[in-house]
Write a protein that binds this ligand. Sequence first.
Ligand code: 2P0
Length: 327
Amino acid sequence: MKATATANSNTALVKYWGKYDEKLILPMNGSISLTVDKLSTATTVEFSKDYRQDAIELNGKTAEGREKERIAGHLDLIRKISKSREKARVVSKNNFLTAAGLASSASGFAALTVAACDAAGLDLDKKNLSIIARQGSGSSCRSIFGGYVEWVAAKTSEKSYAKQIADENHFDVRDIAVVVEAAKRRYTTRESMQASVKTSPYYGAWLKAAGSDLESMRKAVIGKDFTLAGRTAELNSLMMHATALTTTPTILNWSAATISIMHAVQDWRAEGLECYYTIDTGAHVHILSLPGNSKEIVKRVKLIEGVTDVIENRPGKGAEIVNEHLF
Ligand code: 2P0
């Protein structure tokens, strides 16, 4: 009744922005991501009739409030599927700073899902694991798989799952995660998405763009066309942010360093150093490049004011069960 799983974070190349169903976490649009190799979570889950209540420890601290409720709610879903009432002990650790806001919910809910399902004795394939993970946090369903992954938009739970487009060995690109001094975040991602769907005059344009970007990105990944992948990812990120910026209340989480990096990437590209940026809901930036250019980009980006950390990722593997428990 005890199992441990590891899962890597993923970077959305075509982003998920907006929910059709808030409870089931069904997205308004399909998305495509790259699972990375250096931002990961390890989680041990043990169910036991001896536990009186769920006890959850994240990065050495006891989870409380909303954070605890969200994880316990996910355990409830897995208990419902496995027809069990046993409470759990959960210990989870990230190998990166959660406060840095580098998509910890993606690796976190993927690792929790895989560990908890195994500990509950459920024998599920990756598609069904992705359907469960999705209900904890949308983007986590993509981290069940390695490499390039598409999360399908659908109006029912069993049809909205993640699937692999190409594995981590198919197309070697680098995702340079650039951590910057962050601006103050006023709203959670959940609140931001919800407000965008309701109020952004560009939301319809976003959905249209996401649809054609999915096609371009699939083609780019399968054909290993870095220029098409990079251009599509950068423009898709800007479309998402145009929607976020025109939301009421406005969603602007960029800091000065975010914009400096956007300018720098454009300048480097004009010089012939091919790279593209993509930004999620915080201030941090992911720079995409081919392996041969990453060293030069890492060197240059470290010189930009406000950059606090740089992590060069390769395509990474999917979530998996491991033998070493955290307790
Ligand atoms: C993505 N993001 O595709 C998009 C791009 C952020 C911007 O998925 O409410 O933590 O738990 O489903 O997955 C981050 O949102 O949101 C996210 P919920 P999630 O990666």
